[in-house]
Ligand binder design. Sequence first.
Ligand SMILES: C[S@@+](CC[C@H](N)C(=O)[O-])C[C@H]1O[C@@H](n2cnc3c(N)ncnc32)[C@H](O)[C@@H]1O
Length: 204
Amino acid sequence: MTSTFERYQRIAPLYDLLDLPFEYGRYRKIRPLLFQGLSGLILDAGVGTGRNFPFYPVGAEVVGIDLSPAMLARAERRRAQAAAAVDLRQMDVTRLAFSRHTFDAAVATFLFCVLADELQVPALRELARVVKPGGPVRLLEYTRPRGALRRALTKIWEPWVFWAYGAGFDRRTEEHAVAAGLEILESRFVVDDLIKIIAARAPA
Ligand SMILES: C[S@@+](CC[C@H](N)C(=O)[O-])C[C@H]1O[C@@H](n2cnc3c(N)ncnc32)[C@H](O)[C@@H]1O
């Protein structure tokens, strides 16, 4: 079976192109919401090709980590779009090489819909560990819609999304966040009943 590492090494050259309609149709409007009020040292987990770069807060320092060197190489080329200082590193979110309480905040966009169920709590525990006590942890994630039509469409779309990205619509990230010791502050849909922002806080 193809691993997440292999998948993203394979898809990296095409990633931005394949995602273009979604990036401009959906994501560009909602990415800035994730960074509102953040400052200092921020972790962007699963940074991918650097699509969050234009929305990093001015003057912040951001460490972007990703499993895939090929995705990071694409991000490297986008570095100039960031108003923050950016440090890119290859790392697994379930085993972060940072001391506890290193970051003022952590964000992850469309990472947890990619992570298998058994990796969700370990990854969220790592975010809870490396963020300062009470600091913000914010996630942007796909969910399975409730409406019959959208639900049916995601079922049709899902095999392709899994083949290409290893992503699913059925992750229970909110539940896992609580299990990992994060306190959920807000969970709200930002695109229909399909994409959610989950705002949490690291344990005090
Ligand atoms: C769907 S992409 C999202 C990329 C980017 N955050 C965005 O919003 O466009 C998911 C990213 O998570 C990375 N990833 C998957 N599993 C990971 C892991 N265990 N640790 C770190 N990054 C991981 C993939 O390599 C990929 O770049």
